[in-house]
Design a protein around this ligand. Structure first.
Ligand SMILES: Cc1cc2nc3c(=O)[nH]c(=O)nc-3n(C[C@H](O)[C@H](O)[C@H](O)COP(=O)(O)O)c2cc1C
Length: 409
């Protein structure tokens, strides 16, 4: 059933993924994996080893992908139809889960199952191959398997996972595999670049249990961190709030603006960052003296005196005069002209390379999945009408990648 195609995104539209399944218990997760790839627009063709058929029904995979499943090679030369040298060949071969057995066979050029034959076609025909291993830990650590994996890595095979847990090398999560597939189709224009990204709100304590915060969700920061990761950058994501990044993104959760500042300074220093993208909404004001104990409310009104928190961008710019900085400016601006003026002033004051300005009046921007923004950079201004934050992240990172490229010339 293909009715769910592109329901989550169109990134894989026009792409065919051959999803090869081998004899690991993790194969029971494959129908969900196939469906998730389809939700991002992919056409999925499943290929199974005989051992896989004992664990997951071919009928389930046929239903999940909406395509016939290749269970053995016949006079129809299914391997050539799917992965031969012709215009309609697949764009990616994904083996998930991949047994220790199949990994080793592929590494030494044995093809005696439909899966190993497809892998052989991919390696010989230049189709990207992504492998998601799954095995009991001792099998995965077998020195023969380790050295075979090494061989495959040297030949450019991309490995996703496994997670070592409960004595098992478990297949990577569906989310991680889907992200790796998206990444393999993304231009790697930030390969080798190190980027620190912030996202989400901070909190400032009134007393040990009460805080002042804001309505930022962290969706923009996370979209930027993910897009930078897909483009090959080494990403450190520092965030506040409840929207956690996936495990494979290096991240740190913080509470207060001061915590965020300390984390940003130490990450930029440790990673020798090339760019800092400040998409977080750190609280600008904090209670002057937070109460040590929970404030009783029986006595009625209380006065709260606020002081400004440290400015993260100012501190970063002071220490790294040449770092590429992207700053976000949220304004309750009645007109585009006002927003542009506010962004210009901010750009000048903060010394940012790019300023992304958005109007947050009437609940716009904060917490939503979409936004409309003005991006100021040097003498250019780009206006992006309302669109998903993921698409805004792509435009911003195109501009960052272009700047970093210029700086390295
Ligand atoms: C229930 C069950 C679960 C298995 N799980 C795994 C596994 O996670 N990883 C692995 O490498 N082998 C696993 N095996 C062993 C493989 O199925 C076996 O090595 C088989 O020959 C692999 O064939 P294939 O690579 O062609 O699929 C499992 C076997 C059974 C019966």
């Amino acid at each position: 059933m293909k009715d769910i195609k592109s329901s989550r995104g169109r990134e894989l539209e026009g792409r065919t993924v051959i999803l090869c399944v081998t004899g690991s218990v993790a194969s029971i997760e494959v129908p969900s994996l196939a469906r998730e790839l389809m939700r991002h627009g992919a056409e999925v063709n499943a290929v199974m080893s005989e051992a896989a058929e004992k664990l997951v029904r071919p009928e389930t995979l046929e239903w999940a992908t909406g395509n016939p499943v290749v269970r053995r090679l016949t006079g129809k030369t299914e391997h050539v139809r799917l992965a031969g040298k012709w215009k309609g060949k697949a764009d990616l071969v994904l083996i998930a889960p991949c047994t220790a057995n199949t990994m080793s066979k592929v590494a030494v050029g044995i093809d005696d199952t439909p899966v190993t034959t497809i892998a052989s076609m991919a390696l010989g025909g230049g189709i990207p191959l992504v492998i998601c291993p799954a095995a009991h830990e001792p099998m995965y650590k077998n020195p023969a398997v380790v050295s075979n994996m090494q061989k495959l890595m040297e030949r450019g095979v991309d490995f996703v996972g496994p997670r070592i847990e409960e004595g098992k090398a478990k297949m990577a999560s569906i989310d991680e595999i889907v992200q790796a597939v998206l990444r393999s189709f993304t231009r790697k224009d930030m390969q080798g670049k190190r980027v620190v990204v912030t996202g989400g709100p901070t909190v400032e304590f009134i007393d040990p249990v009460r805080v002042i915060t804001n309505l930022s969700s962290g969706k923009m920061g996370l979209a930027l961190a993910m897009e930078a990761w897909r483009r090959g950058a080494e990403v450190s994501y520092i965030f506040g709030g409840g929207l956690h990044p996936p495990d494979f993104i290096r991240s740190r959760r913080v509470l207060t603006t001061k915590d965020m500042l300390d984390a940003v300074l130490s990450e930029i220093k440790a990673s020798e960052a090339d760019a800092f993208i400040s998409a977080a909404a750190p609280g600008d004001l904090a209670p002057m003296t937070p109460a040590e104990n929970k404030i009783p409310t029986q006595e009625g009104e209380i006065d709260l005196k606020l002081k400004p928190t440290p400015k993260i961008i100012d501190n970063v710019r002071k220490r790294w005069p040449k770092l590429c900085i992207v700053a976000f400016k949220a304004e309750t601006a009645p007109s585009q002209g006002d927003l542009k003026q506010a962004a210009k002033r901010f750009m000048h004051h903060a010394g940012a390379d790019l300023v992304v300005a958005n109007d947050v009046s009437n609940g716009k921007g904060f917490g939503a999945d979409t936004n409309s923004v003005l991006i100021l950079g040097g003498r250019t201004t780009r206006k992006l009408s309302e669109r998903p934050k993921e698409q805004i992240a792509k435009v911003i990172l195109d501009m960052v990648a272009a700047r970093l490229k210029k700086n390295t010339r």
